[in-house]
Every structure is written in C-alpha cells, then in structure tokens.
Write a new protein. Structure first.
Length: 149
C-alpha cells in the first residue's frame, strides 16, 4: 500500500502504472493542482488509484468531504522547528485550520488505501477521531521518546 505525491500532473497515471508493475496492489498517486505533491486542501487534486491491477483516475476536492477550501498561503510551513510546532499543534487538536484539513485529507486517503476504511471520507473521520481523542499526539510523543534513545 502506498500513497505517493508527484510534482507534475502528467506524472500521475504513468507513475501509477509503474507502481502496479512493481507489485503495488493498492495505491494512490496524487497531484494537488496548485502544485503540491500531496492531496490539497486549497485546490482540486488529481488522483490515480491502483487496486489489484486496475487503475482509476479521478479528481477530489475538500468540499467532497465537508471540508472548506483553504487558501494556498495558509498551507505554507517554515523552518524545521516551526514545522515541528505546527505538527504538535495539529496532533494535539489545537490547530483547526487549513493545515489540519490537509493532514485529515492525506491521512484519510492513507487509511483508505491501507484498507483500514471503506472510503476516504471514512478515513478522514478516523483521522479526526484519532487526533481529537489524543491517540495521534500520544503516538507522536512515543515516537519522540524512542527517537531520543
């Protein structure tokens, strides 16, 4: 299972074909149409889904999942330290804006591709419950503790 972002829309379908030939049974190649190599919360996203040898290309956007369209400027990060703080705020459920929505969209697609949920929408709901229930933050803290050893 693999979710892979590309920097150019013309690479979405060819890369999905390569992934399938390499043995990926379930996967997704995505291109946020404002130039992001991930599922975007500020524009439609081109997708090519791989599942057991078939491909399906389609577009998704945040509104399909009840999320507002954000401004691209609201997704910009910063230094590694600033990005770490943004991650902490999102996973502690203290950040509720565009960056959290981008995390929810990408996590939701990952849960779907991994077979943990039946749809991206269900994956987004799972991601929300893990963040809001404190499990995502606990896992981040566990990772930090293990990394420090």
């Amino acid at each position: 299972m693999e979710l892979l972002g590309v920097y150019d829309k013309s690479l979405v379908e060819p890369l999905a074909a390569v992934m399938s030939r390499l043995g990926v049974k379930r996967g997704m190649v995505v291109f946020g149409q404002e130039g992001l190599d991930e599922i975007s919360s500020s524009a439609p996203t081109s997708v090519c889904e791989i599942r057991d040898g078939w491909f399906q290309s389609y577009e998704i956007d945040p509104g399909m999942y009840g999320l507002p369209l954000s401004r691209h400027e609201d997704l910009v990060g910063g230094t590694p330290e600033e990005n770490a703080e943004i991650t902490r705020l999102i996973l502690s459920s203290k950040e509720k804006g565009a960056k959290r929505n981008a995390v929810l969209l990408n996590a939701g697609a990952s849960f779907y591709i991994a077979g943990k949920t039946e749809s991206i929408k269900d994956g987004i709901a799972l991601a929300e419950s893990l963040i809001d229930g404190g499990k995502a933050e606990a896992k981040l803290n566990e990772f930090i503790m293990e990394s420090a050893l």
